[in-house]
Each structure stands twice: as C-alpha cells, then as structure tokens.
Design a binder for this molecule. Sequence first.
Ligand code: TMP
Length: 210
Amino acid sequence: MCAWNDDQKKGLFVLIEGLDGAGKSTQARKLVDRLRGAGRDAIYLREPTNGPWGQKIRQIAVHGRDGVTREEELSCFINDREEDSRQNIIPALTAGKIVVMDRYIPSNMAYQGALGFDVKVIAEKNRHFPQPDIIFFLDIKPEEGLKRVEDRGGANLGFEKIEFLKEVYRIFNGPGFEMMIRLDATQGMETVGDQIWNRVSPLLGKRGLA
Ligand code: TMP
C-alpha cells in the first residue's frame, strides 16, 4: 500500500471527471498545454492507466464482465491506482509538478457504486491515495454523452450502457461528491477551458508555483 500524506505534496493535483463524452480528456490535455505554455511543469495522467491492471480493465470493457465478479473489477481499479500513485502521481507531486488527471477516485465511487457497492466503502478504500486539490465535473446528461461517444466511433461501450450510465450519473450527483466544481459540458470547448483555467490559475500562486 502506498505510504502517502497529502502534506508531502509540493505540486498541484487537478482532477477532471465526468461521463464518457463529456470532453474530459480534451479539457485535461488543453489544461496541460496551457500550463506548459505558461512555463509550468504539468503532466497529463489518466485512469485506467496503460499499465498491466489498466489493460486488464480495458479487456473487461471490450469482452464484457462475463466471468469477472464486481469484487475482482473493483480490485483491478484499486490495484491500477496503487501502481499509478507509486509510479507516477506521488513522484510528480513530490517534485512540485502539476498533475492533471483524467478520471480518478470519483469515477471509482460512481461506476463501481453503480455496480452495487456502497459509495462510502469505495471512498474508504481510496483514502490512502493522494487527494486532488480541485475536482471538475464536466456535466453532460448520459444520453448526450453516449451519443457523442457513438458519433466518434463508439469506444468503451462495455462500461457505457445507458441504464448503467444513468445510475452512474445519479451517484455523481448525490452525497459524497459535493466537493466537485460542476461545469456545463455542453458549452463550447473554449468556454469550458476558460472556466477551468480561471479556477486553476489562482491555485498556482497559493502553492508557490506561480
Ligand atoms: P476512459 O474511457 O475514461 O478511459 O474510462 C474507461 C472506463 O473506466 C470508464 O467507463 C469509466 C471506468 N472507470 C471505472 O469504472 N472505475 C474507475 O475507478 C475508473 C478510474 C474508471
């Protein structure tokens, strides 16, 4: 288990969350580009990762959950996060970098919560990982998000079925997610990007990264 205390954080940890099709990856990458353009040391990370656990998760997404219990699925996500924290997140935050993360603990709570786990239990299992300084939730209705995913070629459908997504969305809007800053993801890409920037840039000064 990773030994981490958020006091060790020298950098800044920004998280972008939302349903698939909300524009998370685009916004996370745009933010990294903008930070780098302003001379900051920023990195883009995503979960599930491309490591062994992340690959196993993607296989479940492609081939379906047949034969994989929800406990095994949850363990895969936690193991992936364990490895990501140890190899990528903690070293970057300790070195004073800005980590821009595309999905993290809230996705775990909402998606595995929709599989029937108690959201509080999932939060507890994730307590020892580095916690984000700021979390954005790019808000899009499940139907609209799914339509966008299908329009771009329909990746990820193993996890992104409409009834399941509606439950994920309901959980994302329920107790335990109050700290997220909600942005309307149906606004233009530039508008959302500016709203994120306007919230992140003041934090750089506070962390001595300005
Ligand atoms: P991606 O499309 O953003 O790569 O995410 C792949 C899927 O993984 C997505 O449907 C959300 C899901 N997911 C979980 O179920 N639990 C988690 O902890 C994370 C990080 C993602």
